[in-house]
Design a binder for this molecule. Structure first.
Ligand SMILES: Nc1nc2c(c(=O)[nH]1)N[C@H]1C(S)=C(S)[C@@H](COP(=O)(O)O)O[C@H]1N2
Ligand SMILES: [Mo]
Length: 299
């Protein structure tokens, strides 16, 4: 059987769209199946996604500044081609994996997820990505591994925020291995059927929908399978405010504000706040991961 090519697997409108993008953006996109045909998912919410302009203009990406508008203003300067992710630690096949290689054969899906920032705003985002477990299984996780540590690109020339000591760069995050292997946990390479916008973490970022947004680390260049709980950026900065777990929980307040309710971005001034949902609405899928744990202690 001959291997499928783009026109076989890509709806025509998307294909044409891709060709325009490729003409403008260089050959790496051609090599990357970020926009190939992707399946719908049973894990998608039926809530209405926020419009693209809201998802791409109200961002947290401190490498480009603290203001919500800074990432949209400055992230276009980021070079995302070529891109590779160094995968190491307790794995059978460590190495530097190019983006096209990572995406080769990855079962892409649309995942429309609720997204909840620790600052008590929320959105609904139609990501395109694949389960992190797919990649972890490919590289072979060894039995001593208990956590996955992630790092964002360090490139101060293109990321003005990294020229300041605002955070302890590079941005770092981590998951327990069972969280990383959970089917809801994805590596996202696009949204709204297009390649990931730079301000949202191009070309590849983590999305963990039952946790506060800061766990969903952007523009990943390094993943390590490790035995000990890794140190993570916000936890190192303010350990009493930002825990390692950071599960969305209406009953555990941030020391400086309530987490009982949230504001849906774009809903308008008179929309009112919504109740925060346990595990951001994914309780049925993930509560068993934390059985027997005191979530007020392990916040
Ligand atoms: N590298 C990096 N990743 C990051 C951040 C960041 O500042 N740097 N901010 C986090 C926070 S606090 C949130 S809420 C989400 C925001 O994702 P979005 O801009 O796509 O909505 O990204 C997370 N990932
Ligand atoms: Mo956030």
């Amino acid at each position: 059987m001959r291997p499928l090519n783009w026109s076989d697997v890509t709806p025509k409108s998307l294909f044409l769209n891709r060709r325009q993008l490729i003409a403008g953006a260089g050959a790496a996109l051609l090599a990357s199946p970020a926009l190939a045909e992707y399946a719908k998912s049973k894990y998608s919410t039926d809530e209405a996604p926020n419009p693209l302009n809201e998802i791409t203009s109200y961002n947290n990406y401190y490498e480009f500044g603290f203001d919500k508008a800074d990432p949209a203003r400055y992230a276009s300067a980021l070079t995302t081609d070529p891109w590779s992710v160094e995968i190491g630690g307790l794995v059978d096949k460590p190495g530097s994996y190019g983006l096209a290689d990572i995406l080769k054969g990855a079962p892409l899906e649309e995942r429309i997820y609720r997204f909840r920032c620790v600052e008590a705003w929320s959105m609904v985002v139609p990501w395109v990505g694949f389960e992190l477990s797919h990649l972890l299984n490919r590289v072979g996780v060894q039995s001593g591994a208990k956590y996955v540590a992630f790092e964002t690109l360090m490139r101060p020339e293109e990321m003005p925020g990294q020229q300041t000591p605002a955070l302890d760069w590079p941005y770092r995050e981590g998951l327990r291995l069972d969280e990383a292997m959970h089917p809801l946990t994805i590596l996202a390479t696009g949204l709204y059927g297009e390649p990931m916008p730079n301000q949202n973490g191009a070309p590849i970022r983590l999305v963990v929908p039952w946790k506060y947004g800061f766990k969903s680390i952007k523009s990943i260049v390094k993943m390590s399978l490790v035995a000990e709980m890794p140190s993570t950026t916000w936890n190192m900065m303010q350990p009493n405010e930002y825990g390692f777990y950071a599960n969305v929980n209406p009953t555990v307040d941030h020391p400086r504000w309530s987490q009982a309710s949230e504001r849906r971005v774009g809903a308008g001034l008179f929309a009112g706040r919504e109740d925060t949902r346990m595990f951001n609405g994914y309780e049925a899928e993930v509560a068993s991961l934390y059985k027997g744990m005191d979530l007020a202690v392990n916040y």
